[in-house]
Design a protein around this ligand. Sequence first.
Ligand code: ATP
Ligand code: MG
Length: 586
Amino acid sequence: MSEIKNRRELIDLYLNFYKSKNHKEIPNSSLIPQNDPTVLFTTAGMHPIVPFLLGQAHPLGKRLCNVQRCIRTGDINEVGDEYHHTFFEMLGKWSLGDYFKEDAIKYTFEFFTKELKLSKEKIAVSVFAGNKDSPKDEESISVWMSLGIPKERITLLKDNWWGPAGLTGPCGPCTEIFYWKPKNIKAPKKFNPKDSRWVEIGNDVLMEYLKDSKENYIPAKQKNIDFGGGVERILSAINGLEDNYLTSCFIPIINKIEKISEKKYGKNKEETRSMRIIADHIKASVFLIADGIIPSNVEHGYVLRRLIRVAIRHGKKIGIKNFTKEIAQSVFSIYEDYEILKKNKEKILEELNNEEDKFNQTIEKGFAIFNRITKDKSEMNCKDSFLLYQSYGFPLEMIEEECEERKIKFSKEEFERECKAHQELSRTASAGTFKSGLADNSEATTKLHTATHLLAQALREVLKKPDLHQKGSNITADRARFDFNFDRKLTEEEIKKIEEIVNNKIKEKIEIKCEEISPLEAKKRGAQGIFDSKYGEKVSVYSVGNFSKEICAGPHVKNTEELGKFKIIKEESSSAGVRRIKAVLE
Ligand code: ATP
Ligand code: MG
């Protein structure tokens, strides 16, 4: 194994390796994408490359590489394990119509096994299994085999597919590289991707198709490569560690937390988890402030506020207070190569401190109210808990914890029911992109709302477009307006077919079920939704039998039989790539 302990050494080795293969280094850009309002954060090194995938010449040529700071709010609920972070650094390489599969995989393999000296015996890979649109990726399989990866270590996965970035454009299979973490257990002969002891350290995306507006996948004239690999995970692998928090990317932060809390990392499971969350969230917050974000109640600022506040809550669990500034200090020592951190150091520390003060005041006020409303009571009623949460910003988790500690009965289900009625408004306000657009909660709008869930699924089926989703919706008592991503007029037959499907579901008298689960669980179960920072720790998922499953704030009818007859009254264009349907229930 390699001797590298420090993240910067790893990054330099990587960049030099690719420079020796004629790649040019592109900058490590801001966490806030500069020309793309559709996403909140840079989640991969790929973002700034998208415009060059179709043939526009990149000023630095056809072979590029870099290290890119990334934020993945979608992984926030996984933070606490050994290898998922909200902030991490990604090593990237690109071929824009230059070399393709064989060289891409060979370079990746050479870097991991020759440069980093990772043992071949501990490597496994996944390859695209094929589907109706494009075949199994035989070429990648044979390249991996030619490099000495045995068949049992090559698994076929249907999910190994990337893109396109928008509705149309470059896309293709990908091949992921996994590394066996345990030091003292021999890597199994056969690779099981569900075994989390195999950790994904890199992914080569092999863009060989172009998806057109008619859903066809045609071989691309310009074939591209996009590789991404996580610095923290790779550093763990080369140091024989099973926990990214024990690498030099985190250890100064962990040591600082240990010192302040007088608790030992790794001793107690829950406390260890809290320490990881604190370390991760404070690090992410430092970088977000460096890139110009300040805590607020909307968009980027809201994500930042949430990260800081969750860290503070976990601080409370391990018995520390007023710590964000001190812990942030240890982040600077790890990332001395980032000029933006140096330049903004004072501002970063000040913003963290301010937010912590604000949150402490919120909590203090909340406690006073909490004490008042629970005085001489053995139960917390849902209206009171909602008031605490909504008007005083007292976090739900703290309401739960306090009630438990003081043996006060509290029903989370009732609280959530109470929340739901109000949720719609606040969501709409805080999340421009997530609007269910109900004008009121009357019986008529509730029915139409359920009908739009059926409509969305019927559209997906009839138009054979699984990634069709709501682009906007507006419901009044007498009609529903539903916008969705699609780029041509629907035919008469299609409209008929859609109405028929919806009406059949109504006739089937299907019960509508609502579950409160984590966004991750919702995603796992295949629920429709925008999996982003916009969701809280729990979301409501409404299912209509096996037909439709959607994250939604409700309200909905109890059974489809309540809906009557569904009719589409208009189908028109709304904007580029977006169609609009108006529908009624008779
Ligand atoms: P996983 O399935 O393990 O969450 P992924 O499939 O989401 O990973 P990619 O989107 O392929 O990962 O990203 C490329 C690489 O970036 C991964 O191989 C991994 O090394 C790293 N990576 C991705 N997400 C994270 C994260 N949340 N924290 C740390 N590293 C990550
Ligand atoms: Mg992957």
